[in-house]
Design a protein around this ligand. Structure first.
Ligand code: MF3
Ligand code: CO
Length: 249
């Protein structure tokens, strides 16, 4: 599939989709506390999305049953919302959410602590994963490469002793949730595709406290760390403009 270049008018629409995505995600984050189930979060994700005049992007995608992916502790991504998955004091939960508004997609993820008693090493995992995304976004400009973006993630993560998940990658995004190119969270500076004005990419580092290996559970979706270590995920939808990176979410 070709890389879809967006006009400034299209990026303006993606700005609105991105702003709505952010609103839903912030709403979900505000609800996270001990005793809440991941299904409670899913119900709110759908309600809030419809209220904003958008449609949840994940529901029905390759048969995925939820509006949000809620991945707890050693779950890396694609945790299926469930009435039996109760958030507990000391957990972390990754919330990955996407919607489509006026034909354009927004996609974003955050990992949040549940309650006040999360282990300091786990809090450091969240900080480092977020910092790796911020570092990658700082690389985004016309003429930079996807290798620059991936290397930025990898350098932050590995210098702090954590590991980058390689089984899942970021992606182009626009009138489809997943467009070309793939956006790996590892790479070498100067290598790979050059970013051009009008590209929009979702950058989404997934970082394990232990080893990088993951496996998918029997539900066909939930990816967990092979070593049982904690995992974090942050994602933004980012436009490449003549004036540099614009974070849409
Ligand atoms: N946010 C995920 C991504 O960036 C998509 C979730 S997969 C789904 O690719 F099936 F849940 F939609
Ligand atoms: Co994504």
């Amino acid at each position: 599939m070709a890389i879809m270049i967006k006009t400034p008018q299209e990026i303006e629409k993606m700005r609105r989709a991105g702003a709505a995505t952010r609103q839903v995600l912030q709403h979900l984050a505000s609800l996270v506390k001990p005793g809440v189930t991941t299904l409670d979060l899913d119900v709110e994700a759908e309600r809030k999305t419809l209220e904003l005049g958008a449609i949840p992007a994940f529901k029905g995608y390759h048969g995925y049953p939820g509006s949000v992916c809620a991945s707890v502790n050693e779950e890396v991504v694609h945790g299926i919302p469930s009435a039996t998955k109760v958030l507990r004091e000391g957990d972390i939960v990754s919330l990955d959410f996407g919607l489509v508004m006026d034909g354009y997609y927004g996609d974003s993820a955050i990992t949040v602590p549940v309650g006040e008693k999360v282990n300091p090493e786990t809090l450091r995992l969240l900080e480092v994963t977020k910092a790796s995304l911020d570092s990658a976004i700082r690389m985004v400009k016309v003429g930079a490469t996807l290798g620059d973006v991936g290397a930025a993630v990898q350098e932050v993560v590995e210098s702090d002793g954590f590991s980058v998940v390689r089984d899942f990658v970021g992606h182009g995004i626009g009138t489809q949730m997943h467009e070309d190119p793939q956006v790996p969270n590892y790479g070498r500076r100067g290598m790979g595709l050059k970013l051009r004005e009008g590209m929009v990419i979702a950058i989404e580092p997934m970082v394990n406290a232990g080893k990088p290996g993951v496996q998918v559970l029997g539900d066909g979706w939930t990816a967990v760390t092979q070593d049982g270590s904690m995992s974090a995920h942050f994602e933004h939808t980012v436009a490449v403009t003549a004036n540099g990176a614009v974070v849409l979410t």
